[in-house]
Write a protein that binds this ligand. Structure first.
Ligand SMILES: Nc1nc2c(ncn2[C@@H]2O[C@H](COP(=O)(O)OP(=O)(O)O)[C@@H](O)[C@H]2O)c(=O)[nH]1
Ligand SMILES: [Mg+2]
Length: 309
């Protein structure tokens, strides 16, 4: 699932890269390393929302190697940072889970406006382009217009959709959609849900109910629960992630709107805070604008501006 396109990932990370680059390029190029420079590195990482503790940890390694006389130049510092960052993001299985047989169910959750419905459309398109049959479940019956929004995507993409009336029980819609996916022998069922505010207990319970009814029809479902986070909200996205993780078993993060932020370092912080990796990133508003998350390419992209001569 999903072709790797490093160029699009670079484009998505370009604002963050510009911010980091603007701050660091002049500092690191051809300069000898000193303590003040190392402090500035730490500040740059914090402003990119890598997180204070992680930034300190990353930079401590630079400091240690500087004091030991191993790291001498700005470029040495950069090499250490990149290697450490890549190391931190390594070792996760970033594939989207698949059912061993029958439809794969992907449940998409997150707060209002984070980018859930758009992300559902993106995943649907990627699957459809692979020749897989997709059914969408419009289980966001809470917000007026949400069903219509997903219907428009379904029509444009030429995929099936199951929807209930406005205000219908979302779990009932999910149940009907699971049945439809089974009856049609669909490859994947994508369930769009309402923008649950993590403070609203009732809405969180509703999410639990959706999971239960789907699992009743399709054993092992949902196979993947993607939490959609809005990258532009930085640290508050991490707070949301923690709460969602307590309530539903999140198996991966879809980090939307990476293209719209200079705080793309939050990928690292999210990984750390949740123990769940970013699997997909959104890099624009059209259904094509989705990328599998590639840790090495991402770290290279973050520092691409610093390395420019
Ligand atoms: N720039 C950009 N905008 C996005 C991305 N994903 C979603 N959006 C926009 O974010 C807004 C909210 O998206 P929507 O899917 O309706 O969020 P939902 O409430 O969680 O379903 C819309 O205007 C989308 O076009 C992305 O990756 N990049
Ligand atoms: Mg929506």
């Amino acid at each position: 699932m999903f072709r790797k396109a490093i160029e699009a990932l670079r484009r998505g990370a370009s604002r963050t890269a510009a911010a980091i680059g603007g701050g660091l390029r002049s500092l690191l190029h051809g300069r000898d390393l000193d303590e003040a420079l190392i402090d500035q590195l730490e500040t740059a990482l914090v402003s990119a929302d890598v997180g204070v503790v992680i930034a300190r940890d990353l930079v401590n390694e630079v400091r240690t190697q500087f004091r030991a006389g191993v790291a001498k130049k700005g470029s040495d510092a950069l090499a250490i940072l990149k290697a450490r960052l890549k190391q931190r993001l390594q070792g996760d299985d970033l594939r989207i889970a698949r059912a061993p047989s029958g439809p794969t169910v992907i449940l998409v959750v997150g707060v209002n406006g984070s980018g859930k419905t758009t992300s559902v459309a993106k995943i649907a398109k990627a699957l459809r382009d692979e020749g897989r049959s997709v059914v969408l479940a419009a289980a966001d019956t809470f917000r007026a217009g949400a069903v219509a929004q997903l219907s428009i995507w379904a029509e444009r993409l030429g995929v099936d959709i199951v929807k209930g009336a406005a205000g219908a029980d979302p779990a009932a819609v999910a149940f009907d959609a699971a049945n439809a996916a089974l009856a049609r022998g669909a490859d994947t069922l994508l369930v769009d849900t309402a923008g649950r505010l993590h403070t609203q207990d009732g809405l969180m319970r509703e999410l639990g109910k959706i999971r239960t009814v789907i699992a009743k029809r399709i054993p092992g479902a949902p196979h993947e629960t993607l939490l959609v986070l809005d990258a532009t909200t930085g640290q508050s996205a991490i707070a949301q992630a923690r709460t969602f993780k307590d309530v539903v078993q999140v198996t991966g993060v879809f980090l939307a709107k990476l293209d719209g932020t200079a705080r793309g370092g939050s990928v690292v912080a999210i990984r750390e805070a949740l123990g769940v990796p970013v699997k997909l990133v959104g890099v624009g508003e059209t259904p094509e604008d989705v990328q599998p998350f590639d840790p090495d390419a991402f770290v290279d992209a973050l520092f691409a501006e610093v390395e420019k001569a």
